[in-house]
Design a protein around this ligand. Structure first.
Ligand SMILES: Cc1ncc(COP(=O)(O)O)c(C=O)c1O
Length: 436
């Protein structure tokens, strides 16, 4: 009887939630020049809110049934060893890099070892390298792809280099043939920051499945969202246990929250210098954190996952529209470029203005028309105030990096853009560019 009542109440509440969504959250009409055309944003319907409320009613709170389902869907999607949900893409990067410094990793990196990474980057792609007392080696990027320049990677390798950490910038896959070949020949680990690139492929293979580990972000600007959230794809079996441990306080035990003694040896182990039989639940084999999500975040993510294919397609379609319509202006704008084997899952539409065109004037013109623009993240990260004085090495010149910092920006391609919005954006570009 009680179960029946519970289910009846739940149905009533969830039906009201749907009603609320259609009454309150439905699409507002577009007023050209007045309605903001965002660079990105959450795209959802009643399904996400229903899942969220359902999870709230269950009041599980910590990662639970929804998180399990989401992790299992992602593991299958990537065809990987493990997928762990974490609370942000930044946390996923922190876990990946910290895992290389784990004493449980046979080839544990030492302080002073080097990681090759591009100089145009997102801050939290780089910060974990510094925090782990490793040395970033900066390599210049390419204008057009905005990724690490593949031609320079091999020459940047020194006897101290142990890994390559590459973001697939704005959803555009790096040249994975070159990167994986160098890694193999020089015995380097590869980590992918795929935060911007969910669904992108290189040579028919999903990005995030090339390296030992890869990170994803589920922040609202990204392909799917759970508000705050991220994921770590573990392809290399050596990191399956380590990555989980670092996510979960650094502990050795892998019981789920609320579970006890799944190994059957909770009080029967000798762990290092700890007294014999020390409770395994309180044995820490890594320098870890608590980087887990709540089940409510995962509930939203699960509804988003079902829409992933459509979202990626819509992003590609919006990208193609801008590409075709801005092509006549290639004398003034450098349009994006991608590797022959790449099928990007675009995060944005990047544009570099050619010499003679003032980027600030163009950005102001677009922003005044309520068209949002963004820079390619930190630009030359070495010029950022918080990164002054970091220990690092630079390979060669960072010429393109500086050009990207000065003359590149991007506009949005996220799935909520309408035909009207896209046409408005293109017309604004046309009217600006035809005047100069
Ligand atoms: C390439 C890249 N890496 C990492 C992150 C960090 O992700 P999060 O905001 O989820 O921490 C972002 C965020 O946009 C990103 O673009």
């Amino acid at each position: 009887m009680e179960l029946e009542k519970k289910s009846e109440l739940k149905t009533t509440i969830l039906n009201l939630v749907k009603e609320y969504y259609f009454a309150i959250h439905s699409r507002k009409s577009f007023l050209p020049g007045k309605t903001k055309i965002s660079y990105a944003g959450r795209v959802y319907n009643e399904k996400e809110i229903v899942n969220l409320v359902d999870s709230a009613l269950d009041f599980w709170l910590t990662a639970g049934p929804y998180a399990k389902k989401f992790e299992s869907k992602m593991t299958k999607f990537f065809g990987t060893k493990k997928f762990y949900l974490v609370n942000s893409g930044s946390s996923a990067n922190l876990i990946m890099v910290s895992a290389l410094r784990s004493a449980q990793f046979k080839d544990q990196l030492s302080p002073g070892d080097e990681i090759i990474t591009p100089s145009v980057t997102f801050p939290t792609t780089l910060t974990p390298i510094i925090q782990n007392r490793l040395i970033p080696v900066f390599v210049d990027c390419e204008i057009g792809t905005y990724n690490i320049a593949p031609v320079h990677i091999e020459d940047a390798v020194s006897s101290k280099t142990k890994a390559i950490l590459v973001p697939h910038t704005l959803g555009n896959p790096c040249n994975m043939d070159v990167i994986m070949d160098i890694a193999k020949r020089k015995n380097l680990l590869v980590l992918e920051d795929a935060c911007d690139a969910l669904g992108a492929t290189y040579d028919g293979k999903l990005v995030g499945t090339f390296g030992s580990m890869a990170s994803l972000s589920f922040y609202p600007a990204h392909h799917i969202t759970m508000g705050e959230g991220g994921g770590i794809i573990v392809n290399d079996p050596r990191f399956v246990k380590i990555a989980l441990s670092i996510r979960d306080w650094g502990r050795d035990c892998c019981c789920e929250p609320g579970q006890n003694n799944t190994c059957g040896k909770r009080f029967d182990g000798q762990f290092g210098d700890l007294p014999f039989g020390y409770d395994h639940k309180y044995v820490y084999s890594n320098l870890g954190y608590n980087l887990k999500v709540t089940d409510m975040q995962a509930a939203i993510g699960l509804a988003q996952f079902e829409k992933l294919e459509r979202f990626v397609e819509a992003r590609r379609e919006n990208f193609n529209f801008y590409y075709e319509n801005l092509k006549p202006f290639e004398d003034k704008l450098v349009l994006p470029r991608w590797e022959e084997k790449a099928n990007p899952s675009w995060f944005g539409f990047p544009i570099t203005v050619r010499k003679g065109l003032n980027i600030n004037t163009l950005i102001k013109y677009l922003e005044d028309a309520k068209i949002e623009t963004r820079k390619v993240f930190a630009g030359n990260i070495l010029k950022q105030p918080g990164f002054k004085g970091i220990e690092h090495r630079v390979y060669g010149e960072l010429m393109n990096t500086n050009i990207i910092m000065e003359r590149t920006f991007f506009i949005g391609v996220y799935p909520d853009l309408t035909k009207e919005m896209r046409e408005f954006v293109v017309n604004k570009f046309k009217s600006f560019l035809s005047k100069i």
